[in-house]
Design a protein around this ligand. Structure first.
Ligand code: TUI
Length: 310
């Protein structure tokens, strides 16, 4: 099955990998792209040299299109935005902010632009300034989240814009993919399922926590600071939530949160690290190669939708 998303990105399946900061690097992105999806390297708040190196490694590992996610709250987002132009990346996704000012330069460079939105208002605005497609991300997602759910947000964004909409948040199998298409989406973005892939480079302790997580092992921190973030429930989230109840001073939060993602991803510190993860983790129970994950999801969705994604 071809559609506007597969045509736009030059991919086999309308399935893109989430741009997970600190997590989505060249090994994972190339595995997803080689399997027919759209792999993504996360810029996060990484130094420019790190991202350049990952882009170049990815080019060695795949001849298929891949993208880069620009996290707009990063202090060096503008430099990373220029880097993707210099490196000729096929497409960008953006997160955690409004990318309007960056879109013209990307478009001039022939880069496809697919911002993540969590509201209808921003979806309309970004379509007007040239977004090629939009990712409507529900609050079921891991990491930095908006308030609306995938079920409610996706059809409203679909009704509000003409460009193709990709659904994100709480999708980890073919049922979720098929449901997204029923809501009017023409593609899905999947993050949490790929945390438990063989190619994902996160520490084994973090991966095991994803596999073990049940439906209730999820917590949102950061309401207090206005930057809610969904993680696996742990000592870290309990301490933060206690501090939020007490309205602790901002510097106390900073002492705990700065570097916490690195602690989870690199050190495997499940007590002090923030294990960003979506609400669907309860359904993710094994580690598989990306190619197998993608095959299973697209073939199950294909059966349910009565279409052939092959
Ligand atoms: O960006 C994400 N997920 C992320 S980014 C991240 S790194 C980080 N760590 C700590 C604090 C903040 C970021 C971890 N997870 N998802 C995409 C997403 N974007 N969800 C919601 C939004 C969003 C929010 C506000 C998009 C646009 C937006 O615009 C506000 C405006 O200015 O209109």
């Amino acid at each position: 099955m071809k559609n506007r998303v597969t045509e736009l990105l030059g991919i086999k399946y309308p399935l893109i990998q989430g741009g997970m900061a600190w997590i989505a690097e060249s090994t994972l992105a190339s595995a997803v792209s080689n399997a027919g999806g759209a792999g993504i390297i996360a810029g996060g708040s990484a130094p420019i040299d790190y991202l350049r190196n990952e882009i170049r490694k990815c080019k060695e590992l795949t001849d298929k299109p891949f993208g880069v996610n620009i996290m707009l709250m990063s202090p060096n987002a503008a430099d990373l935005a220029q880097l993707v132009i210099d490196e000729g990346v096929a497409f960008v996704t953006t997160g955690a902010g409004n990318p309007s000012v960056l879109i013209p330069a990307w478009k001039d460079a022939g880069i496809k632009v697919i911002p993540v939105v969590s509201t209808v208002a921003l979806a309309k605005r970004l379509e007007r300034v040239g977004a090629d497609a939009l990712i409507a991300e529900g609050t079921e997602s891991g990491g930095h989240i908006g308030q609306n759910t995938t079920m409610c947000l996706v059809p409203q964004v679909v009704d509000a814009v003409e460009v193709p909409v990709i659904a994100a948040g709480g999708i980890a199998d073919g049922r979720g993919m098929a449901a997204s298409f029923m809501l009017g989406a023409e593609g899905v973005q999947i993050g949490t399922r790929f945390l438990a892939s063989e190619e994902c480079q996160i520490h084994e302790n973090y991966k095991n926590a994803v596999i073990k997580a049940k439906d209730t092992d999820n917590a949102i921190t950061g309401f207090y600071s206005g930057s809610p973030c969904r993680c696996i429930k742990s000592k870290y989230t309990r301490v933060l939530q206690d501090m939020e109840k007490k309205a602790a001073p901002p510097e106390d939060f900073e002492a705990l949160t700065v570097g916490s993602l690195r602690k989870a991803v690199v050190d495997g510190n499940t007590d002090e690290g923030s294990m960003l993860c979506g609400l669907i983790a309860g359904m993710v129970n094994d580690v598989k190669p990306c190619a197998e994950i993608i095959k299973e999801i697209t073939s199950q969705a294909g059966r349910l939708m009565n279409v052939d994604f092959e």
